[in-house]
Design a protein around this ligand. Structure first.
Ligand code: ACO
Length: 324
């Protein structure tokens, strides 16, 4: 029988500090009404100055590992999706590995901006399916506040900090979409659109990490089309329809993008996990954060069919179909 990567447990961490739209009104020329209307965001969490991405990732990974019931000795790998590592190197993943007392195995970061978690999940799934690893912790963690230009009202109202994690475990299962585990991942990139969303710096160019620059209107246009395409590819490959999906767990960039994608798929918003209102856009952390919240509050149950989808800088985009 083939091996499927089963989502054994989820975990999350959000920094204590909450930044409201009213707080942002005092910092830049904006309004609660504009932010809510254009993005759906009301509040977001922001890390303390001394808190790094690894600090957030470690807390989320620790919770997922504890809930999985696995000993650190059984973890074969840690993969962290992040755009905001503590240092150029070593990776955030090796810090997570050390902090959790995982004695050996692989550890590395994946960088695909807001699509990072879907990319990392796909990489981990392939290690597990081929038998090269049995248990892998996949984390999405970001301190987006560290690359925001806090004087730029077009971006500073959107991005936020946090971390989410899952433990994936290889299990022999029948080759049917009714089996638990990841059934497909689809990853895409279109480098010619990289100038729509980028940081104006980096280690080998300016020597600084730079700040986010985004051409929001154009990104918005591509986001709806690309995410709907990625979702349709997942449905077609698995021979399932949108009605078979119990929960759509989208990247939380903007409520209008989420609603437009759901509409394109003819899916009711009752089947969509939405956290953008209180998380903001946490880039690679947004999907595992949303998933963990829906698991914790009982919306997502064992056996549910989940469709994850994301789109971000690169441009990159992708989807994953998972039986929880
Ligand atoms: N407060 C008040 N006014 C503002 C603000 C603000 N914070 N920001 C911009 N405006 C103004 C603009 O200057 C513009 O004014 P003008 O008409 O006088 O020029 C007006 O509001 C409209 O601006 P738009 O950019 O056209 O607004 P839009 O409706 O497109 O919303 C937004 C902007 C929220 C950024 C939207 O375009 C969006 O969500 N884009 C996609 C973001 C995304 O999905 N990113 C991908 C993932 S992120 C990643 O990978 C890192």
């Amino acid at each position: 029988m083939p091996i499927k990567s089963v989502l054994k447990a989820t975990g999350a961490y959000l920094p204590e500090k909450v930044l409201t739209n009213a707080d942002l009104e005092k910092m830049v020329d904006t309004s609660d009404e504009w932010i809510q209307q254009r993005s759906g965001i009301k509040t977001r969490h922001v890390a303390a100055e001394e808190q790094t991405t690894a600090d957030l990732a470690i807390e989320a990974a620790k919770q997922a590992l504890e809930r999985s019931g696995l000993s650190p000795d059984y973890i074969d790998g840690v993969i962290v999706a992040t755009t905001t590592p503590d240092q150029t190197f070593p990776s955030v993943a090796v810090k997570v590995q050390a902090a959790l007392g995982i004695p050996a195995g692989l550890a590395f970061d994946v960088q695909a901006v807001c699509t990072g978690f879907v990319y990392a999940l796909s990489v981990a799934d392939n290690f597990i399916k081929t038998g090269q690893a049995k248990n892998i912790i996949v984390v999405g963690a970001e301190k987006m506040s560290s690359i925001i230009d806090w004087d730029d009202r077009t971006t500073c109202v959107l991005f936020a900090d946090g971390a989410g994690a899952v433990v994936l475990s290889g299990n022999e299962a029948e080759d049917s979409v009714s089996a638990q585990g990841i059934h497909s991942t689809h990853l895409y990139a279109k480098g010619e659109l990289r100038d729509l969303l980028y940081t104006d710096g980096g280690p080998s160019s300016t020597g600084q990490s730079g700040h986010i620059v985004m051409h929001g209107r154009e990104v918005f246009k591509y986001a709806v089309t690309f995410m709907a395409d990625a979702v349709n590819d997942a449905l077609a490959e698995n021979n399932v329809s949108a009605e078979d999906i119990d929960w759509l767990v989208p990247h939380q960039a903007n409520i209008r993008i989420i609603e437009a994608t759901a509409k394109k798929l003819n899916m009711s918003m009752d089947k969509v996990v939405v956290t953008v209102d209180h998380h903001g856009n946490t880039s690679a952390a947004s999907i595992p954060l949303a998933l963990n919240e829906a698991v914790e509050d009982g919306r997502v149950k064992e056996g549910d069919l989940l469709l994850l989808e994301a789109m971000g800088g690169g441009l990159t985009w992708g989807s994953a179909l998972v039986r929880f």
